[in-house]
Structures are given as structure tokens and as C-alpha cells.
Write a protein that binds this ligand. Structure first.
Ligand SMILES: *Cc1c(COP(=O)(O)O)cnc(C)c1O
Length: 458
């Protein structure tokens, strides 16, 4: 008999989590104004609000923390990190920052100017924010198929090459670089194929534009290339990562994702000009060049995290856990964005809560129901997150309305995944009885989801 699959690690340190009663949760979520961001972590049993900065470090990472070099200038920890980044990406120039958006801020302060156009695949919200905040345009050139939640495609995060070329022709001199997000977070953690990256590079060369990778989940992307793109099945994750980065001029990184650290980020590039242009902003916003926004100990832990998470077994454990949750949901007939992505499952809330009108926010309602059912904290990626139209001030109901279940790295076991799946099934089984959603009592003008106060309708 073939041995079953199991995790590529064992557990050395644990953190207690607590179950609560439904009565307690009713009270807590009411006090939190039905906004899960306002819950305290001890009111949560299984926390799926994000996979960012929530991973478990390894014994090797903790050991490296102890020998972190906290020197202001020239710390060995910086050189450890720089050497690992060079080994994985081939990039010579490294600027450490305190997280991914800080890397965007530092690099874009140099590269992005008013009136610029930056084409790419579904820019992440902070990326978009840093572009639009500079009065430039983030132009989404993702393939149209990404919008169809039920379509199974191996590389649903791809850039539409025709759309990209049209943009390169139309905006020509207004384009400082092309951005490719790996994996495509906004499209549901969907990967970009190596072929697509090669095609992007060809176009970039034809129109003489540099390419920047937003690389938060580059290792998960490499795993999907290995398992879904025939030509790469015998290559290692490190070989594939290197081949990906060979197609780019530089990267921004949120190390809180595939770096498996709780805080950190960096810019890396082969372009001396980018480094020279951006480094002053690092000093201004983050810190001196050999620490940026990071502690020595954190740079050490990140160097090890990057090494560990570009190994197949570690990635396989993770991606298979996300896929396992998807399989359980399939078993119960619960609709989610297909195929399962790298870091999260996105439940299609309007398809579950068919009686809750969109004006009463189905995905937020489902988020609350799942919390009440079992103390599981997901996150609405839907109509509340979409904010209001800046001109009409109407709610934007044009997009998708999803409940995101983000899986932290190396944190929960498949027993926890079973609890999540069954809790969602219980909500799903009584979906016909859920006819009312929530009403907004108070909201901020932008990014309202973090602080919105809601009332539950009945
Ligand atoms: C998380 C993320 C960022 C921003 O990084 P932070 O570390 O949260 O500041 C940028 N791009 C992508 C694709 C991300 O997932």
C-alpha cells in the first residue's frame, strides 16, 4: 500500500488556542460591531484572516535570530540576507525594508511619477495605492478568464499579452516599467506561467521597458510551475525561481509571505541605476542601507526562511493543505473560486447566501456566520472592501464578493482544516434560513473594511 502524504516537518513548540461558546462569540462579535478586524485574537479559535506574517518559523530560523548582528552599519545579518537573495534571484543589489509596501514606497518614490502608466496583472492594493497616490495609473492587463470563478485553468494569474502590447503601444513613454505579481494575489493566489513571463520579457525587450516582479509568493508560483508546466517537472524550486527572476530586472518582496518571517521585506535588482536612485529613499523612510526597516536578527531569520521555502517539500506541505481544504469543500458542494490557489480559498458568498441581497453584504454575512459557528476568523474580500465609488458615493457591487480563508504557513494541522470545512458545511446546510445580512452604521471614507461598524439585520 502506498504511504499517505504527510507534513515535511514535525512540531517543536506549540501555542495554546482556545475554543469558545456560541454565547461568548455572539457577545464578542456584537461588541466588535460585526467586524472581525475588531475582535481580539483570544476571541478567535482558528485565525484565517491573513497568511501575512502569521507563519511559524523553524528551529533554524530561531537559532539564526540568536546570532543576529544588530550593528547599525555593515551588519553580518545584512550580508547573510544579501547572499541568499543573490543565490535565489541572481540580483546584486538589495535594499531591506520593514515590509512589502515599504519596498514599494522606496522604489516607486524613484520610479513612478505623475501621469505614468504601470501595466501588470491585478496590482495588489498597496501597490495600486503607491501608484495612484503618485497620480499614476495602475493598468490591469490580467487575462479575462481570471474573472470566471468556476473556470479551471492552470495559470489563471497570467498577463494578457495582447492587452499588454496594446498598452505598451498606446502609453509608450509614460510607462516606467511593467509589473508582474507572482502569484496573482488579487485573482485568488493564482500562478503565472514561465511561458507567460517569457512572453512578457520578449515584449519588454521589444519596447525597451524594464520588468518588476511583485514577488510576495514567488516560491508558491515556482511550485505551480513545477507541478503544472510540463517542461519544469524535473527542475528544483530553486532552479525555477532563478529562471523566473532571470526574466525580471528587479523585485519587491513582502517577506511576511514566502519569506516565512513575521515582519520584513526588500527590494532586489540587477539595475545599478534603480539601486542608486532608490537608496536615498531607503535612508529617508526606512533606515540605513544595511538594515533598512529590519532588525539584524530578522534579516538572519529571513535568509533562512527564503532558503527553506524554496525547497519542494516545504511548499508541497503548504499547497497540499490549501488543496485539502478545497477537496473538503468539494465534498460538501460549497462553491469557491477555482482552482484552489496557493495561499487561500475564496468562498463565493452570493452563491451560498442566495437569499441575502447584495445591499446587505453576503460575504461579510458569511464571515460573521462562520465566526459564530466555530470561532473561525476569515476575511471579507468583497463589497465592503471595495469601498464606495469616489464620484457617485454609491457602494460598488460590480465586482466579486468572497469570503477569504487564508492559511498561515506551518501553523495549523489538517485536523484544523477539517474543523474549518465542517463549520462551513454547517453554515451551508442552513443557508436557506439566512435571509438577512448587515447594514453599515459607520464607515471611513477609504479602506473602510478595517474599521467599519455594522448592525446585524433580522
Ligand atoms: C502582502 C503583499 C504586498 C504588501 O506587503 P506587506 O508586507 O503587507 O506590506 C504587496 N504585494 C503583494 C502581492 C502582497 O501579497
Amino acid at each position: 500500500m502506498e504511504l499517505p502524504f504527510a507534513e515535511s516537518w514535525k512540531i517543536k513548540m506549540v501555542e495554546a488556542i482556545r475554543k469558545s461558546t456560541r454565547e461568548e462569540r455572539e457577545e464578542w462579535i456584537k461588541k466588535a460591531h460585526y467586524n472581525v478586524f475588531q475582535l481580539t485574537s483570544d476571541q478567535v479559535y482558528i485565525d484565517l484572516i491573513t497568511d501575512s506574517g502569521t507563519g511559524a518559523m523553524s528551529d533554524q530560523q530561531w537559532a539564526a535570530m540568536m546570532v543576529g548582528d544588530e550593528s547599525y552599519a555593515g551588519a553580518s545579518s545584512f550580508f547573510n540576507l544579501k547572499a541568499m537573495i543573490k543565490q535565489i534571484t541572481g540580483f546584486d543589489y538589495v535594499i531591506p525594508t520593514h515590509q512589502g509596501r515599504a519596498a514599494e514606497n522606496v522604489l516607486f518614490s524613484y520610479l513612478v511619477h505623475e501621469g505614468d502608466v504601470i501595466p501588470g496583472n491585478s496590482h495588489f492594493d498597496t501597490t495600486k495605492g503607491h501608484i495612484e497616490g503618485r497620480k499614476a495609473i495602475a493598468l490591469d492587463c490580467t487575462i479575462d478568464e481570471a474573472k470566471d470563478t468556476q473556470l479551471e485553468l492552470p495559470f489563471k494569474g497570467n498577463v494578457d499579452i495582447k492587452k499588454l502590447e496594446d498598452a505598451l503601444i498606446k502609453y509608450a513613454d509614460r510607462i516606467p516599467f511593467i509589473i508582474v505579481t507572482i502569484t496573482n494575489n488579487t485573482a485568488g493566489g493564482q500562478p503565472v506561467s514561465m511561458q507567460n513571463m517569457k512572453d512578457i520579457r520578449c515584449l519588454a525587450d521589444k519596447y525597451n521597458k524594464p520588468v518588476l516582479f511583485d514577488s510576495a509568493r514567488f516560491a508558491e508560483n515556482a511550485y505551480f510551475i513545477k507541478t503544472r508546466e510540463e517542461a519544469y517537472k524535473d527542475k528544483t524550486i530553486k532552479e525555477i525561481s532563478r529562471e523566473m527572476f532571470d526574466l525580471a530586472d528587479g523585485m519587491t518582496m513582502s517577506a511576511k509571505k514566502d519569506g516565512i518571517v513575521n515582519m520584513g521585506g526588500f527590494i532586489a535588482t540587477r539595475k545599478e541605476e534603480w539601486y542608486e536612485g532608490a537608496k536615498g529613499y531607503c535612508v529617508q523612510y526606512e533606515g540605513y542601507l544595511t538594515y533598512g526597516g529590519m532588525n539584524g536578527r530578522d534579516m538572519n531569520a529571513l535568509a533562512i526562511g527564503l532558503d527553506e521555502n524554496t525547497e519542494f517539500d516545504n511548499l508541497e506541505t503548504r499547497i497540499r493543505q490549501v488543496a485539502y481544504l478545497a477537496e473538503r469543500l468539494d465534498e460538501f458542494g460549497i462553491p469557491y473560486q477555482r482552482p484552489a490557489g496557493g495561499h487561500a480559498i475564496f468562498v463565493d458568498a452570493p452563491k451560498v447566501l442566495t437569499h441575502v441581497p447584495k445591499e446587505e453584504f453576503p460575504a461579510q454575512t458569511l464571515t460573521i456566520e462562520l465566526y459564530l459557528e466555530a470561532g473561525i476568523r476569515g476575511c471579507e474580500i468583497g463589497y465592503i472592501l471595495a469601498d464606495r465609488d469616489p464620484v457617485t458615493h454609491e457602494n460598488r457591487f460590480g465586482g466579486i464578493d468572497l469570503l477569504r480563508l487564508a492559511i498561515p504557513r506551518r501553523v495549523y494541522t489538517n485536523n484544523h482544516i477539517d474543523v474549518i470545512a465542517v463549520a462551513l458545511k454547517n453554515v451551508f446546510d442552513r443557508r436557506e434560513s439566512i435571509t438577512r445580512g448587515v447594514k453599515i452604521l459607520w464607515e471611513a471614507p477609504i479602506m473602510r473594511h478595517f474599521t467599519v461598524k455594522l448592525e446585524r439585520l433580522s
